[in-house]
Design a protein. Sequence first.
Lengths: 315, 285
Amino acid sequence: MTRTSTIGGPPLSSVAAARTARPFWRLHYSRRIQLVGVAFVLPTILFFVVFKYGPMVWAVELSFTSYDMVSTPRWTALENYRSLAVDPVFRESLWVTAVYIAGSTILITLVGLGLALAVNTAVPGARYCMGAMFLTNLMPVIAVCLVWRFLLHPYGLVNQLLAPLGVGRVDWLTDSRTAMPAIIVVTVWRFAPYFMMVFLAGLLAIPKDYYEAAHMDGAHALHRFRHITLPLLMPIIFFVIVVSALLSARIFLMPYIITGGGPGNATRVLSMLIYETGFSYMKMGRAAAISVVLFAIMMVFTFLQMRIFMKREQF
Amino acid sequence: MQLSRKIRFRPPRLRLVSRHWLGLALLLALTLAFIFPILWMLSTSFQAGEKMFQLTTEWIPSEWHPENYPNALSRAAFAQYFLNSGIVSVAVMVGNIVFGTLAGYGLAKFRFPGDRFVLLAILSTLMLPLEVTLVPTFLVVHHFGWLNTYQGIIGPLLIDAFGIFLMRQSILSIPSDYIEAARMDGAGELRILWQIIVPQCLPALAVLAIFSFRDSWDQFLWPLTIVSVDRMRTYPLGLVQFGEDYGNPPTEQMAIAVLATIPVFLLFWLLQRGVNRGFGLSGLK
């Protein structure tokens, strides 16, 4: 059985390369274990080469061409980027995406932290409330979008609930001032309970002694929050900010279903623009150029996340 | 007298009780604010069609219309759509569990040259979601001849960095001595993985199962991009098409939405114990 073993991998080092002449089963024990580790990781790496790194390289290449899926790609150098730079639709989309990322990230972090603090009390039934709120994170996104589209309808439940407060009929989804805030509210509704769980894990990790000691010293609840909870939770807060920014930077479905990008282009985020440019207008090169821009935005947050990760790992 | 007054007005106890009630009221209000759309969905799915936008919402229907469900199902091939979504989601879940465990184990317990680079390379795929690589990924799948096929929908979703990191973090906490001891006893590498590693990271596997299932069950953009025949549609595409074809019959759309919600809630309920313990393990998402 060992004779037909095909476990391989990239040459590990010059020493290993010199030894590959020897059959696998005669390799030194520790080398053999190294190869096993490589074999476990290799399928994933190959997968990512085919479905992640490869496509991204291809996207960069395509972004310098004009390609409609019918004729062969035509090299146009920086033409896609030049026309994007002066395209009002793209510029508005960039701005809309920035507003969406900033709005959702800030609110998800604040609401998530608030929910975690509310749930992390000795109140009976807190766990059940937590579980119930978490359901919003499990409901299919398409159901979320359809439900909220009805709730935000001019005659929908949201306006009914606000009517006693003296708020007149608001056309949430067709008014360019309220459409984006409405999408942000739905996004926060969907994701805040998830980050509530993340914050809760962080809150539970803070030693109880700190609070008891502060209590002895007569610190008020607000003081305790300001001087114990907040500083110790800072790494998690930073983490949540980065992850929710990464999350909201790529959201497609919510604006696509709830407002269809409108009114006008008020909610046409970059991911929607990529889909429409590529698959409605068949401008693959131009869509690839927008992808590169979205990639650059994602890259900023990913590097921040890598920094968090490496700090924790102490590389 | 003095003493008894002191006892009667012991402030902390009184405050504690009132704070509990206040806290409970606040918590219930918050919970209600978060779950009312779910309740609305459920209630609407049983309403008569014309009652949708009444000025007051009937939370408990005065007339029940359970026929919304069979009506909705019969208007489009929803059985087929749900089957397609189910096949895709189960395949993606299994793929993430298998490859996430393999790669997570490889990265957690094996040192090989470049292992840290591989770790960061996998982390870097977080900036390459399908929304970013949509056009070239479509072209790759097109070149494979996989448009309108299950393997086409499943392919790009099969492995996700989240699962690998979740499994890696979980496996890191297993003492390496166990693995060494098993190796000394002559256990094969796959047997070590199956009999020593897997039983110890069941909470992480539960988390991975529920989230990978949910994410592929939710997936919309990718099937929208590569599926153009009705037979291969997943239920989110069917639901949107249904709304366009029949002028948004909201009660029936909500019936399908309720049906689509059930599998995820059910899976969560089944795996809940594991999920509770496994939360906060990933350190990534």
